[in-house]
Design a binder for this molecule. Structure first.
Ligand SMILES: Nc1ncnc2c1ncn2[C@@H]1O[C@H](COP(=O)(O)OP(=O)(O)OP(=O)(O)O)[C@@H](O)[C@H]1O
Ligand SMILES: [Mg+2]
Length: 405
């Protein structure tokens, strides 16, 4: 977006005079200017239309500019939107509060209209440079939860790890439900699918064309910060979710969110192989019975054959029955893989959580299985991975790691 390109700018100010000055200076540069007299009105507008820049007054009737700015920064669809704050408050403290709320630049009233135009241009060009350089944008981490044994607790683990990560990050993560005909992630979170991956793939053929807004329109948002990409509503649509489209969707999620946690079906269909091959971390669920251990053993052989390094695999022993038939040590020696975490039997609590749509991490945080899942999430955040750090808003993971020390 250069000086010659028309940008869509939303000016949020209750003063008609300031709106007029801003409009004239921005229109003189060829931009299209829309206005809102309150933050509430502006919120409605940014939800329904795409803007390239916000020019925002701090003192507004109702919600003030700081709060508005914070809301924009918390919304994954909007958080990259450049914001130029305008105010009559010139003290350093007020400026810092503006930057703290997420403003990109600051202009003090009374200002020269030419300065507003110039600062707006700098922000628009900076934002265009960031968007034009997807190759330098680091990807979020892909975590694939898998078990070749059905009913092992893979979906329980997927959903709870995702909620725990969102809680620890105080941010957004994605869950993609590739368990297809046994898809249940929305049920675990009491969410009703509107749009699913089926709608997403009809819209796009290539990753580059899934823009953030389209992607987030297809995600179900949970209050915890988990964003769910739901499986197709009917199983006969599953075959449309080809391995290449699986890769495309996961890539788009990774470009927009720091963690993408995938639920899978309990088989080696090609989608799952793509998700296993590309994963930064595989959470392999084993159950303490002969079928569960055999399934984990077969999976490890397949992963070896795919040249997936063992340090990318964490074995999670889910004690989904009251009395385990096979002990942890025996499982470790049979599989020649350490058990990274044991999820102790949770009685009827995990199933009750599933039926109410409130994951155990939220409804039963003191349950040993919930604590174990939180430990898994903490270890995920502590895994040395410079790529993930670069993908996040500056300092986010560093702050979390510091809190965890
Ligand atoms: N540690 C546990 N203690 C008690 N119950 C558990 C435990 N883990 C899972 N469950 C229960 O086991 C059942 C199966 O769990 P879940 O749906 O997560 O398994 P899955 O591997 O995803 O199954 P599917 O193959 O159908 O996708 C659920 O009712 C769940 O509440
Ligand atoms: Mg499942």
């Amino acid at each position: 977006m250069g000086g010659e390109t028309r940008a869509k700018v939303l000016v949020v100010d209750d003063s008609a005079l300031i709106r007029q000055i801003a409009r004239e200076s921005l229109e003189a540069r060829g931009h299209e200017v829309t206005w809102a007299a309150s933050a509430e009105d502006a919120l409605k507008q940014v939800e329904s239309r795409q803007f390239d820049l916000l020019v925002l007054d701090i003192v507004l009737p109702g919600m003030d500019g700081y709060e508005f700015c914070r809301r924009i920064r918390q919304d994954p669809k909007l958080r990259a939107l450049p914001i130029l704050m305008i105010t009559s408050k010139a003290s350093v403290r007020e400026k810092l509060a503006g930057f703290d709320a997420g403003a990109d630049d600051y202009l003090v009233k009374p200002f020269d209209p030419a300065e507003l135009g110039a600062r707006a241009q700098v922000l628009l060009e900076r934002s265009a440079r960031t968007q034009d350089a997807p190759s330098t944008k680091t990807l979020g981490k892909l975590i694939t939860c898998f078990s070749l044994r059905g009913g092992a607790g893979t979906s329980t683990l997927t959903v709870n790890v995702a909620v725990a990560l969102a809680q620890l990050l105080q941010g957004q993560v994605a869950v993609a439900d590739f368990s297809l005909e046994r898809a249940a992630v929305p049920l675990f979170l009491d969410l009703v699918p509107r749009l699913t991956m089926e709608d997403l793939i009809t819209l796009v053929a290539e990753v580059s064309s899934i823009d953030s807004r389209t992607l987030f329109d297809h995600l179900l948002r949970h209050t915890s910060g988990v964003n769910v990409l739901a499986a197709p509503a009917s199983p006969e649509k599953d075959e449309q979710i080809t391995p290449s489209l699986t890769a495309t969707m996961v890539q788009a999620l990774r470009q927009n969110l720091p963690f993408v946690i995938c639920d899978t079906s309990s088989d080696f269909r090609e989608n799952n192989l793509v998700l296993l091959e590309r994963a930064d971390l595989i959470l392999l669920v084993a159950t303490p019975d002969i079928v569960g251990v055999k399934a984990a053993s077969t999976t490890l052989h397949v992963l070896d054959a795919m040249s997936v390094p063992r340090d990318r695999v964490q074995l999670v022993l889910n004690e989904n029955v009251l009395r385990s038939q096979i002990g942890e040590k025996e499982i470790e020696s049979t599989l020649r893989q350490p058990v990274a975490e044991v999820l102790p039997f949770g009685g009827d609590k995990p199933t009750a959580a599933l039926n109410t749509g409130i994951p155990i991490i939220l409804s039963e945080p003191d349950l040993p299985a919930a604590k174990a899942i939180r430990d898994i999430a903490i270890r995920i955040l502590q895994r040395p991975d410079p790529e993930v750090q670069a993908a996040d808003p500056p300092g986010l993971l560093a702050r979390v790691r510091k809190r965890l020390k």
